[in-house]
Design a protein around this ligand. Structure first.
Ligand code: NAD
Length: 511
């Protein structure tokens, strides 16, 4: 397998570094630009994970051409047969789960328990989506006219272009690719430049499982060079993007010019409200997991903890005590609880927001420093950071930091908590801790977000329910569950008249 992707190993430092290629029309090929880029381990930048193709427009054009040709056949493969291949791919991912999870920790720093979860999410998505091969339901309805039959069926769209972020480098591509394929579309994916290997492992598995050549293609490279040509390409009929709201706006505007379907899954600034009747220990553990899991680099990370004023002090004290004990380090060590920032740029962004918070008058209660003990100096490590007495209007409470930085915000009551939670540009996830069912249902109704958890933090989505958010978090589409099938299919309505005479809808009516 390694030889397929590394026919030209190059020497880098002490070890041989693999060179990975693009996968276009069933072949592993070098980029036409002749350029490559390095993928380094953010926990130890001395470790080069691999060399990847720095692709450009010509590579994207070749991949889209292949996908367009493959679409002509793939759309005619019966959906249950397509689904069998996807099921097989999930079984194969299961066989390689440990290897792929370790690759993922190495390329993005997320701790191994969490990367196993990322790979598992792709497997779950495959199993779930394979079931859709025998459903893909559409409505069959009575016609208003006699001897006439009416129904609607789902049809594939064509070539789908996908652009993914680095924080869930196998799970997120799987949310896009599995439903697109089961629906009969073909795909070209551009993975994030920080995590091409995990997405490549996923694509290779699909191919090994029997997805025909040209049906799935991967082109690695940078956003403006390899991502934008995909969005602009006239033969790409649907674009699925997950990433920042800033880039999402650009993608949405570009896709709109050629009337492409476009799904945008963007940023978040997710609130967790804790009421005075909550199980506080449960809420503290949930808050720590929500804020510092994946080093706070989840779109659903708990970045604002809104606390009833009567439990504020008690909660914050215990939270800080536990935050200080979180073991930070190289995620391949099973005992480590939090890994590094993804890259130097993100680390600098984290520190710049810590400065902004201090200057705005928030109290830095814990963390805020880089960790550089021993070999950790070769990585992008930052202490879990907690700000107290945060005013909800401060920038650290309004803007997505995407790091291990959490804001503690006091509130007077549930209504006030919800008002603070909703007073923000984003609307992805939200959570409430309470033992009062009336409060729980009121919050479920009133929190302005695509996801609400009760007595759990803002993270932990499952693949078979819709995933996505409101306001600047997206443009109304959903991944996961049937929402994804809705995105990757077009409706065709069908009327079959077996009356043997001309019948006029809306006009032929009994007097
Ligand atoms: P990003 O927007 O910087 O990059 C995402 C992808 O877009 C990458 O593949 C990148 O190469 C590409 N890209 C960048 N500029 C581009 C351009 N001009 N044209 C075309 N493509 C371009 O985001 P990121 O740093 O990779 O990920 C973090 C962001 O993703 C956060 O804002 C996070 O909240 C969001 N996110 C959202 C979800 C969700 O489902 N809502 C899930 C995960 C991450």
């Amino acid at each position: 397998m390694a030889n397929e992707t590394a026919p030209n190993p190059v020497q880098s430092g002490q070890a041989t570094t693999k060179v990975y290629k693009n996968f276009i029309d069933g072949e592993w090929v070098e980029s036409s630009t002749g350029q490559t880029f390095e993928n380094r381990n953010p926990a130890d930048t001395r470790d080069v994970v691999g060399i990847f193709q720095r692709s450009g427009k010509a590579d994207v054009d070749a991949a889209v051409d292949a996908a367009k040709r493959a679409f002509a056949k793939w759309r005619l493969v019966p959906a249950p047969r397509r689904a069998e291949i996807l099921f097989r791919a999930s079984e194969m991912l299961m066989d390689h789960k440990e290897e792929y999870s370790r690759d993922m920790t190495r390329e993005m720093g997320k701790v191994i328990k969490e990367t196993r979860g990322d790979t598992q999410e792709a497997i779950d998505c495959g199993y779930y989506t394979a079931g859709e091969g025998r459903r893909l339901f559409g409505p069959t309805v009575p016609s208003e006219l006699p001897n006439k039959f009416a129904m609607a069926v789902r049809q594939p769209i064509g070539v789908c272009g996908m652009i993914a972020p680095w924080n869930f480098p196998m799970a997120i591509p799987s949310w896009k690719i599995f439903p697109a394929l089961v629906s009969g579309n073909t795909c070209v994916i551009k993975p994030a430049e920080d995590t091409p290997l995990s997405t490549l492992n996923f694509v290779r598995t699909l191919s090994d499982a029997g997805v025909p050549k040209g049906v799935i293609n991967i082109v690695s490279g940078y956003g403006p060079e390899a991502g934008m040509p995909l969005v602009e390409h006239k033969d790409v009929r649907a674009v699925s993007f997950t990433g920042s709201s800033e880039v999402g706006r650009l993608i949405g505007e570009t896709a709109a010019r050629s009337f492409k379907h476009c799904s945008l899954e963007l940023g978040g600034k997710n609130p967790m409200i804790v009421m005075e009747d909550a199980n506080l220990d449960l809420a503290i553990d949930g808050g720590l997991w929500g804020a510092f899991g994946t080093t706070g680099q989840r779109c659903t990370a708990t970045s604002r903890i809104i606390l009833h004023k009567s439990i504020y002090k008690q909660f914050v004290e215990k939270f800080i005590e536990k935050a200080k004990k979180i073991k930070v380090g190289n995620g391949l060590d099973e005992s480590i609880e939090m890994g590094p920032a993804i890259n130097e740029k993100q680390l600098k962004r984290d520190f710049s927001y810590i400065e902004i918070g201090k200057n705005e008058g928030a109290k830095l209660l814990s963390g805020g420093n880089r960790i550089e003990d021993g070999d950790l100096k070769y990585g992008f490590f930052l202490q879990p950071t907690v700000f107290g007495d945060v005013n909800p209007k401060m920038r650290i409470a309004q803007e997505e930091i995407f790091g291990p930085v959490v804001c503690m915000i006091p509130c007077d009551n549930l209504e006030h908590g919800i008002e603070i939670a909703n007073d923000i540009g984003y609307g992805l996830s939200s959570s409430l801790y309470t033992r009062d069912v009336n409060r729980a249902f009121a919050a479920i109704r009133d929190l302005d977000a695509g996801i609400t958890y009760v007595n759990a933090p803002t993270i932990g989505a499952e693949v078979h329910l819709p995933f996505g958010g409101v306001k600047a978090t997206g443009n109304g589409h959903r991944e996961g569950g049937i929402g994804a099938i809705d995105f990757y299919t077009e409706w065709k309505s069908i009327y079959i008249d077996y009356s043997d005479r001309l019948q006029k809808a809306q006009i032929d009516r009994p007097e």
